[in-house]
Every structure is written in structure tokens, then in C-alpha cells.
Design a protein around this ligand. Structure first.
Ligand SMILES: [Cu+2]
Length: 516
């Protein structure tokens, strides 16, 4: 407890430095503590088993070093290789301009996958291979990135780094076998701040090899639109305002492209609800007050055990899966809100529970993943610290930087900001020296949040995207298992477009050490 108390003092002293922010920071610290304490039960169990195994080991060998311990805990978390069963699921996807009744139903000129926004939800089972024949009918070059999916590097959709951009009129075939079951999504990685905002995104659901028998499996894609006076997509992108703030925050928040989405359930149903935030910049905190909502997966990956869903910051790129149980009819719809800014809540969607009762399916929660505790990981020397900041300059007048480097428009030469070896444990640090939000996304690997502002976090799940708040520093632990040249960037798409991108090379191991 001593170390967490001193970290708390550090945080509070930091808060004083930023005067006006203090109350907000204090509230945030409290909410973090709630997250942290939730994990204590499982932590003590895991610690005692770690102590036991340590005792056993001590008879024959010296106790494991913190790095050995971290690696031992990681073993069995998720597979290194895919296990294709030989079934290939083929999808045709075309990106083109479209006019669709969206938001409140008026006709909106968008860019769409297969003429729909959100794009089609691609569903496969674990072990099946996706083959996506993609055709670009946009007036711009583009690619598809499979967010969160551990694909072979050439399928990752990062222009110039993993493939040439797909030119207007051209076709590219993406083919891969997902290694993990879960909720993922796809979107362009070229001019993303414009192309995603215009409507190019869709969910990719990889079902378990034997899916649990939920009565419904539903996807809610949350988006945020900035419309002009004519009710069309505001045509200026990467504005100085967006760049100086947390990206483009709009004036309409939609679920599945609508402001009036309704989830209808019968009493007795048990539903799996998958939420994805496809906004350019807006962070949402879904509030399901009145619903028995259990968090079972984050960023596609199951939790160690079901956890409370309240208070999760769903940043751009993040996904959460919820296990919803409805025991009885409700007289009124349940109104689901975003309360990221408590004083400015946004209505997201409604849930209506009515009609003939159905038999409630009884089955164990699928959230029983092997997630390392990594209690000693903060004692491991950090491999690298990424400083996040802004400066004047670049094509937009403001550049967003990672370690004083801005990578705008996916420069054709990608210098790795960091080289890691697969199969090793690393502690990485991110120091946000700016006052803005940065949801940092790593391609090609999952990580666990270890600490915020030095305060240990016990999140019982992996992530591929984590929100870093104003002036905050975080520590993550990661064991890369997929070799390749992987992008890391802020998922506020305007920040990324203005340079907040870098590459992490993951080598097979045994390569020359990278100088840092
Ligand atoms: Cu950012």
C-alpha cells in the first residue's frame, strides 16, 4: 500500500501544478481507484498462487526475476499462430460515394462501404479465413486497416509501410485468419480524418469457435458527425480548431448511423452487445443505468472475469462487449447516455424490454481469459518513453509529435521509433506533455495498462487502444508475439494526420539491439 500512497501524493502534487484542472483530476483519480480496487480480489488470488509457485521453484532454482515472472504470467494469454480450419469466407467490399438517410433520416452525402453506413458487419468464426476483395471507387487513394486484428504484416493496410495505397479504380485482396475471437473493426488508413468521418467504417466480428448461446448478438457502432448549416458533412478537415483541441467533435452522435436506435428485447433474454467508437475524436462513456450490464471484453479480448461496465472511457478505436440480462418487462424504455462530460450528456440509444417472456439461457460467462496480473512489472526498467506533444509547423500549422517527431501523411520512409523482439516483455511509458487527449493505438499487439501517473492499475484485460488524459503519463506492459513493422498512433484522427504516428518494428529476435 505504501507505494500506491506515495503515487497518490505525486498525482495530487501534479494536480496542484495545473490549478484549474485539480477538481477534474481528483475525480479522475477516484474513478481510477474504483477500477483499481475492483481488481484486488483476483489480484490477491493470483498473488498467492504466484507466491506458491515461487516457493516451489525456490527449492531447485533461484526465484524468477521480475522479467521472468512477467513472461511466465503471460504464457497462455493468446496464441502466437492462427489455426486455420480450411474454410475461406469471401467478402466483396467496395468503397464509393453514396447518399443515404442517416442521423435523423435526412439524405446525407457520405462515402460508404457497400452503400451502407456503418459498412457491412463482417462475421466469421474463429479458425475461418477471411478473403476480402476490396475495390476503391472513391476519388482518393485508400486502404483498409483491420483494427485490433493480429493480421500478417502485409495485410495491415498502412500505406507505404505494409502496402501501396489502393488507387481509385483498383482492387486489393486482403486475406488473413484471425488469431483471436472478438469485436474488431475496419477503416481506411489513408487520410483517415476525412475518409472515416465521411462514413467509411464497419465492424468485424470474430465469433468464438463455439459461440455462447446469447439470444441476440448486437453491434452498436457509435459515431460523431459534424454537419454544416445545409445538414451535410462539414467539408473542411484538419482545421486549426480540430488540431488545437481533441480533434473533430461534431454536433450529432449516432448509433448505427441513427439518433433513434432501439434495441428490442423480450424479458428473459441475455444479449451480447458489442460497442465500437468510430468517432474521429469524441470519447464516450456509456451509461446503462437500470440494466444488468457486465463488461466481458475490451478491444476484442475477453476479461479475466466479468467486471462492472460503468465508467469505461470508450475512446476512438476502443470496443467493449457487454453481457446484458433482462429479467422483466420494463414500462419505459431504458435510455442509454454518454456521460464522458457529465454536464453535457448525449443520448445514444434506447433499450425496450417487452412482450412474451422467454426462457433465460443459463451459461457461464465467456469472460474467463488468462490475463497476466503483472504486479511486479512497474519494477522492470522501462524500455522506452514516448513523449507526446505539439508544436507549430507542418502542412496544417500545428504538428502533433511523438518524441519530437511528426510523421505526416505516412511518409514513404518509415523509420521505426522503436524496435522490439518478439516473445520478450517490455514496459513502455507514454508522457503526455500536452493538455489534450491522446487515445494511443498499437497495431499488431495487445498490451496491459500498468499505471496512470505512477498509480498502479489493475485492469483485468488487454487493450489495443488506451486514452491518455491531459498531462498524464502511463505505463504499459507488452509482449509482442507477431513480428512485423507495426504502426503506433493517436486515434484522434486529426492528431494522427498532423504527425502523431510512429512505427514499432517487432523482430523475430536475435537482431542487433536498437540504440536508445
Ligand atoms: Cu492525440
Amino acid at each position: 500500500m505504501r507505494s500506491s500512497t506515495s503515487s497518490m501524493l505525486l498525482v495530487v502534487r501534479g494536480a496542484e501544478r495545473y490549478g484549474g484542472d485539480m477538481r477534474r483530476r481528483a475525480a479522475r483519480i477516484l474513478s481510477r481507484l474504483r477500477w483499481w480496487t475492483v481488481g484486488l480480489g483476483s489480484l490477491s488470488v493470483s498473488l498467492s498462487s504466484a507466491v506458491l509457485s515461487g516457493c516451489r521453484a525456490r527449492r531447485e532454482a533461484p526465484p524468477p526475476t521480475p522479467v521472468e515472472q512477467a513472461l511466465a504470467e503471460f504464457t497462455g494469454a493468446y496464441p502466437a499462430e492462427a489455426s486455420p480450419k480450411g474454410t475461406v469466407r469471401t467478402f466483396e467490399i467496395t468503397a464509393d460515394r453514396a447518399e443515404l438517410p442517416l442521423i435523423d433520416g435526412h439524405m446525407l452525402q457520405v462515402w460508404a462501404y457497400n452503400g451502407q453506413v456503418p459498412g457491412p458487419t463482417l462475421r466469421v468464426r474463429l479458425g475461418e479465413t477471411l478473403r476480402v476483395r476490396f475495390t476503391n471507387r472513391l476519388p482518393q487513394e485508400t486502404t483498409i486497416h483491420w483494427h485490433g486484428v493480429r493480421v500478417p504484416n502485409p495485410m495491415d493496410g498502412v500505406p507505404y509501410a505494409t502496402q501501396p495505397p489502393v488507387q481509385p479504380g483498383d482492387t486489393f485482396v486482403y486475406e488473413f485468419t484471425p488469431k483471436d475471437a472478438g469485436t474488431f473493426w475496419f477503416h481506411p488508413h489513408v487520410r483517415s480524418s476525412e475518409q472515416v468521418e465521411r462514413g467509411l467504417y464497419g465492424a468485424l466480428v470474430v465469433e468464438d469457435a463455439e459461440p455462447p448461446p446469447y439470444t441476440q448478438d448486437v453491434v452498436w457502432v457509435i459515431d460523431d458527425w459534424l454537419l454544416d448549416d445545409a445538414g451535410q458533412i462539414f467539408p473542411a478537415f484538419n482545421t486549426r480548431h480540430d488540431l488545437a483541441h481533441d480533434g473533430r467533435w461534431g454536433n450529432f452522435v449516432t448509433v448505427n448511423g441513427k439518433t433513434n436506435e432501439i434495441l428490442r428485447a423480450h424479458p428473459g433474454e441475455r444479449i451480447r452487445l458489442r460497442l465500437l467508437n468510430s468517432s474521429n475524436g469524441r470519447v464516450v462513456m456509456p451509461d446503462f443505468t437500470g440494466v444488468d450490464a457486465r463488461l466481458i471484453a475490451v478491444d476484442g479480448m475477453y476479461l479475466r472475469e466479468p467486471n462492472r461496465a460503468a465508467g469505461f472511457e470508450l475512446a476512438p478505436g476502443n470496443r467493449i462487449d457487454l453481457d446484458l440480462s433482462f429479467t422483466q418487462s420494463l414500462g419505459e424504455p431504458i435510455r442509454v447516455f454518454d456521460r464522458f462530460y457529465p454536464k453535457r450528456p448525449n443520448h445514444l440509444a434506447d433499450i425496450v424490454v417487452e412482450g412474451e417472456p422467454v426462457k433465460t439461457p443459463a451459461f457461464a460467462s465467456p469472460a474467463r481469459a488468462h490475463v497476466p496480473v503483472w504486479a511486479g512489472a512497474l519494477a522492470i526498467a522501462e524500455k522506452h518513453a514516448f513523449k507526446l506533444d505539439a508544436r507549430g509547423g507542418g502542412p496544417f500549422g500545428i504538428e502533433w509529435t511523438i518524441v519530437v517527431c511528426a510523421l505526416e501523411g505516412h511518409h514513404r520512409e518509415h523509420h521505426a521509433g522503436l524496435t522490439l523482439e518478439r516473445g520478450r516483455f517490455y514496459r513502455l511509458r507514454f508522457v503526455n506533455e500536452s493538455a489534450r487527449l491522446h487515445p494511443i493505438h498499437l497495431h499488431g499487439m495487445f498490451f496491459r495498462l500498468l499505471a496512470r501517473d505512477g498509480l498502479r492499475m489493475e485492469e483485468p484485460f488487454f487493450r489495443d487502444t488506451v486514452l491518455i488524459h491531459s498531462r498524464e503519463s502511463i505505463d504499459i506492459g507488452v509482449v509482442p508475439v507477431d513480428a512485423g513493422s507495426w504502426m503506433m498512433h493517436c486515434h484522434i484522427l486529426e492528431h494522427a494526420e498532423a504527425g502523431m504516428m510512429t512505427m514499432i518494428d517487432v523482430t523475430e529476435g536475435g537482431a542487433a539491439p536498437h540504440a536508445h
